[in-house]
Write a new protein. Structure first.
Lengths: 560, 612
């Protein structure tokens, strides 16, 4: 009864011999960008191998690569997880992988596909140029052969279609040299370990919540950190060393209402450095608040059986979640499938210069923004993963879709990258958002937003709804309040939304304002979305159809 | 990093493939035994004593007590009262067990002279097993075996309240799952025709109370092993046709804790150390070729010294270079010798898996041997036992050693085949028509339901000849059959046996090193691309004679109940007829350009220190 060590989660003993630590020190001793680049052993080894491959790599009678890019990712992670006041997992890892992208053909038509044809190899965490170049050599060989196959397949596929592709396969970009300081994983492990242990055990001991400890079926707290240093060289002459980091603490409480309905609360804070996470008193308070909220939700009435159609105010992360699902993926310019004449993929494939939001709303993607109201932003960066510098891009201007986030794979009418070629770990770059900010010219305060909601209730002479957080499914409300014309809020559970789609965003929003919410996505690509509160005029709230689970068959062990 | 890199694919091929049964066997002490003076070890000597149980720290009684009291609470609570929102009345489970695996492990990996990964981990995982209904028919019947099992991580510290709460959570969830399954089982029983094997679903066994010591805390001399692994993998730097290499040290210390509603209370330690070296090359025609060397022990200190490992690594690299340019095999049907190691894999796959008890019942099972109990299935000079109580054989560690199986039953030596006659099966607590009880072979990876599995499968022979004689017999047999050569299978890697009814009853093992032994006295010729095909029963009956020394094959075996360490031991065997074909192969060319030049400083360093 044993796990093979090979398949166990990676834990890295923090050894003083670790190469990354020494490399980081080396960098601090060399603050100027150029000397650091010149002395960076990894970048130099990558450059050497790239140059050699560029000179030699060829299969007689076949096309040679017209573009090659090497990216090394040095990934460090730390995670501590506690359930019921005890540590169940503490994992640390440090790994490196190289990704090689090879393009055969030319900028108009090349070997690239929507799947991505790069080749990936794990490589040494030792700073050993021989081992690194050996990994690059085999990865390049595989990537070139894949590219040749993909190019042949693409040429054949193109012959089947009446219409040629509406855009080139790849765009030119200037060479960029940028060497940023190396990031290191910096977190007080013991401190955070004790925090998650204590937080996950509060349900049973804190006077404010212990009375309903028996109804808390699951209580857990977790801290996770990831630090990625990326080294990139390509045949354009780009030489890049940059990275990103995120730190996150999470709380997770779960159980059932007396009728068996699953009820949960999970939330936390996210930042680019451990210092940006919430303090221990704040985390402790969050746990207690979440436990109280969980208990309130358990005992909340189930939403009315009859469908509701009418105003719903989205506050907190609920508004950001709506944008993250209904807008952000669609302003990222994914190439259309071969043979189609669409501009991009998704809901906004043919919406350029159409109204997609009310005229008082604009959307900007500004990765150069590092902080917002004191919060560090995960989606921030200076140069994208294809070596293209980024500047703010206005995507929606006064309600009209005017631009897309785009990398080096063009779409119709957008022939060049605007610095949004971003890559998940060991993945190829795709058009991805950075820091998306939704702005309203209405300048309404949170109080004014709420007043508008209550006014609507009064006008219609009926209850209306406000949703504060989503969870448990796609755009499913978790904290949903029924708001009566006199302003009284009643928490209800067991609801779903209907008619919450791009059409509702375009036609049913009646006010935007109040407190903006900063939603941070850690993966696969770190992104930030900042969205104020949104008041919709006509959303459907209905009772969820879900299988009612049995409540516990026997009581949990007594807590003291 | 979770990615579909070529290397990952390669690794998964050599580790395990889901849903088929396969063996990743490693060679452990094979070469060491061959190098030592000839000796007759047949039949297998008496059991060697297991490691002194007083060596480790005391077992964790806080954990055991928490398991036991929570188990008692569950047994007295479940089914005792009505469930608030349920229409059906609650049912008492008739069996509940908590099996906790406390596992500390470390792994260090090097490639091409540099470290790629170094990890340590500590996990405590609870497998909760709940059975509802009656032993004669319960929620595990038929395809619902996994409905009894719920897996949950436990606190790493002795926080009794948190341990109990975790066990409650898993038990509550598991009980619901078991109730659902029992409903389905009952419905299915009414619909289906009478089953061929009407055995009960769970055997009756005596409670076991045996709390041994825990495994000692894991310590690895990381700095020393980092240097050793760098040097081992650096051997391949000078072999420019070897495209991939890795050297891995795995160290594992674990303690298994088991309590059941029958009153069992067991704790037993297990230690395992493995050094794995793998290299891969590609022939000009696209055939991928690889070799692996593995060294196993119960403590890192007992692994061979660096000089020996480096010598074997160098030999392996040379052999792989030779294989790359060796001629490709022709389809062949004729006599062959399986080396001891190859024969061990052969028996593990062809015989061992088919003697697993659960394969004798069930609609989907092939039941090759079900009706052959008491009948000859092998030549009368061969006997086969599975003896997990053996920690070592002739001083060499056996991976398939354990003290208690994963159903809390004491490990037992089982005489499977006596002088060619089938006597027994490898039994878990799932009964079959011929055997109602476990014989201590219910094994599983953590998180899986135990089934009858092999431990140390040992083949012995009374018709032995020296290796030279066996070789002469091969030539004589080949001549008799009008063949220019016989085959000698020196090294075999993984294979898989398909035992279900819908698949042909074929086995496949992957020969790595095969020679043609010419009848006319020409020197032996290395060939590549050989794969063995054929029907297992026929192959077993064609064994003419065996060599006079056994080889040990240590490795991991994957099947429905997960990947577990096993050993197989056998002498070399002469088979009158074996059918081989050319193995399926890739078509990708070898690398188009030569490898990058080594940095100036790497080469002299490698020359001086045998490393980097």
């Amino acid at each position: 009864m044993r796990n093979s060590v090979l398949f166990l989660a990676a834990v890295l003993a923090a050894s003083p011999a670790l190469p990354v630590a020494s490399l980081a020190q080396q960098h601090h001793a060399a603050p100027a960008a150029k000397p650091a680049a010149a002395s960076d052993l990894i970048l130099n080894a990558m450059k050497d191998e790239l140059t050699r491959e560029q000179q030699l790599l060829a299969l007689p009678g076949m096309q040679r690569p017209y573009f090659m890019q090497y990216r090394l990712e040095d990934v460090q992670t730390y995670e501590a997880l506690a359930n019921y006041g005890a540590l169940v997992r503490e994992v640390e890892s440090h790994q490196r992988a190289v990704r090689v992208d090879v393009r055969v053909g030319d900028y108009t038509t090349d070997s690239s596909t929507n799947r991505g044809e790069g080749s990936v190899e794990f490589t040494a965490t030792d700073n050993d140029p021989d081992a690194l170049r050996s990994a690059l050599w085999t990865a390049t060989d595989a990537a070139y052969k894949n590219a040749l196959r993909a190019y042949a397949a693409k040429q054949a596929a193109l012959k089947q279609f009446q219409n040629p592709p509406t855009a080139n396969d790849f765009s030119q970009a200037k060479a960029t040299t940028r060497i940023e300081p190396l990031l290191s994983l910096d977190i007080n492990r013991d401190d955070w370990k004790h925090r998650v242990i204590e937080a996950s055990g509060l349900y049973a001991v804190d006077p404010a919540v212990k009375a309903f400890a028996a109804d808390v079926q699951f209580a857990s707290a977790q801290v996770t950190a990831m630090v990625v240093n990326r080294y990139t060289v390509n045949t354009d002459g780009t030489m890049l060393r940059h990275g990103y980091s995120w730190y996150q603490d999470l709380i997770n409480i779960g159980g059932q209402a007396p009728d068996g309905m699953q009820v949960a609360r999970d939330n936390g804070t996210t930042a680019t450095a451990a210092a940006g996470l919430e303090s221990w008193p704040a985390m402790r308070k969050r746990m207690i608040d979440d436990l109280l909220s969980y208990n309130e939700l358990r005992n909340a009435p189930v939403v009315a059986a009859d469908d509701y159609h009418g105003p719903v105010l989205f506050t907190g992360d609920a508004a950001a979640d709506v944008f993250n699902r209904l807008v952000v993926p669609h302003i990222e310019a994914d190439r259309p499938d071969l043979g189609t004449t669409a501009r991009t993929q998704g809901a906004y494939a043919s919406s350029l210069h159409s109204l997609v939001l009310p005229t008082y709303i604009s959307v900007v993607d500004d990765p150069t923004m590092h902080t917002f109201e004191g919060q560090s932003l995960l989606g921030s960066y200076a140069v994208d993963d294809e070596g293209v510098p980024v500047a703010p891009v206005t995507l929606v201007k006064d309600g009209e879709l005017v631009n897309y986030d785009i990398g080096r794979e063009p779409v119709k009418d957008f022939p060049a990258s605007n610095g949004h070629g971003r890559a998940g770990l060991v993945q190829g770059a795709r058009s991805r958002a950075g820091v998306v900010i939704v702005k309203s010219s209405q300048n309404l305060t949170a109080e004014q937003m709420r007043a508008k909601l209550v006014a609507l209730a009064k006008d219609k002479g009926q209850d209306v709804y406000e949703v504060e957080t989503l969870g448990g499914g796609e755009l499913t409300p978790r904290l949903l309040y029924r708001v009566s014309p006199d302003g009284k809020r009643t928490l209800v559970r067991g609801a779903t939304f209907d008619d919450l789609d791009q059409r509702a965003l375009r036609a049913d929003i009646i006010a935007v304002g109040g407190k903006p919410w900063v939603a941070q996505t850690t993966g696969p690509i770190p992104e930030t979305t900042i969205v104020p509160e949104i008041l919709f005029d006509d959303i459907t709230v209905k009772r969820a159809v879900q299988e009612q689970q049995k409540v516990p068959y026997y009581a949990p062990p007594a807590t003291n | 990093l979770n990615t579909a890199s070529k290397r990952l694919v390669f690794r998964s091929q050599i580790s395990f493939r889901a849903s088929t049964i396969l063996l990743v066997l490693s060679l452990a002490a094979n070469a060491a035994m061959a190098a030592s003076p000839r000796r007759s070890m047949l039949p297998v000597k008496a059991t060697l004593p297991v490691k002194d149980p007083a060596a480790g720290p005391p077992a964790d009684t806080t954990l055991l007590d928490a398991m036991q009291s929570e188990l008692h609470r569950a047994m007295t609570s479940l089914g005792a009262g009505p469930v608030a929102n349920a229409s059906a009345p609650a049912v008492k489970p008739y069996f509940l067990s908590y099996s906790v695996n406390d596992n500390e492990s470390a792994a260090i990996t090097a490639e091409f002279g540099a470290i790629t990964n170094s990890t340590t981990s500590h996990n405590r995982i609870a497998d909760v097993q709940i059975r509802i209904g009656a032993p004669s028919l319960d929620n595990t019947h038929g395809d619902h075996r996994t409905s009894a099992l719920t897996t949950m991580p436990l606190p790493l510290t002795d926080d009794r309240a948190a341990i109990e709460r975790s066990l409650w959570f898993a038990t509550n969830r598991g009980y619901g799952k078991a109730m659902d399954a029992l409903e389905k089982v009952k419905t299915e029983q009414q619909v289906r025709a009478k089953e061929e094997d009407t055995s009960a679903d769970f055997s009756e066994q005596k409670a076991v109370d045996d709390v041994l010591t825990a495994a000692p805390p894991l310590t690895v001399d990381r700095a020393a092993w980092v240097d050793r692994l760098r040097a081992i993998s650096a051997v391949f730097r000078s072999h420019t046709n070897i495209l991939y290499d890795t050297a891995i040290l795995q160290v594992m210390h674990e303690t298994d804790y088991f309590v059941s509603s029958e009153g069992s209370r067991v704790a037993a330690p297990q230690e395992l150390v493995r050094l794995i070296i793998i290299a891969r090359t590609r022939a000009a025609d696209g055939m991928d070729l690889y070799r692996a060397e593995t060294f196993e022990s119960d403590t890192a200190g007992k692994l061979p010294d660096q000089a020996e490992v480096l010598a074997k690594t160098e030999a392996m690299a040379k052999n792989l270079d030779e294989l790359r340019t060796a001629p490709i095999t022709e389809p062949y049907e004729g006599p062959a010798i399986l080396s001891g190691r190859a024969a061990a894999v052969f028996f593990h796959e062809v015989l061992g898996h088919r003697l697993e008890g659960q394969r004798q019942r069930g609609d989907e099972e092939g039941q090759t041997f079900t009706k052959l109990l008491g009948k000859p299935i092998l030549p009368s000079f061969l006997s086969v036992v599975d003896d997990p109580t053996l920690a070592q054989l002739d001083g060499h560690a056996l991976s398939g050693h354990y003290l208690f199986d994963d159903e809390g039953q004491p490990a037992e030596r089982v005489d499977l085949v006596d002088s060619g006659v089938l006597k027994d099966f490898l039994m878990s607590r799932e009964p079959i028509a011929s055997f109602a009880e476990s014989n201590g072979h219910g094994r599983a990876q953590t998180g899986k339901m135990p089934t009858g599995r092999q431990g140390n499968l040992i083949v012995s022979s009374t018709k032995t000849v020296s290796e030279d004689e066996l070789r002469q017999m091969l030539k004589d047999e080949a001549k008799k059959q009008g063949k220019a050569y016989g085959l000698y299978f020196e090294d075999i890697s993984s294979g898989f046996a398909v035992t279900t009814r819908r698949s042909p009853q074929a086995f496949q093992v992957i020969p790595l090193v095969v020679y043609r032994v010419y009848v006319d006295g020409r020197p032996d010729e290395l060939v590549r691309g050989v794969s063995i095909v054929g029907t297992p029963l026929a192959a077993l009956s064609r064994i003419l004679a065996t060599g006079d020394k056994q080889d040990i094959f240590n490795g991991e075996c994957g099947a429905e109940s997960g990947t577990i360490p096993v050993s197989a031991v056998a002498p070399a065997m002469l088979v009158s007829e074996i059918e081989t074909q050319r193995q399926a192969q890739g078509t990708a060319r070898p690398p188009l350009i030569p490898p990058p030049p080594l940095t100036d400083k790497a080469q002299p360093a490698a020359a001086q220190k045998g490393g980097r």
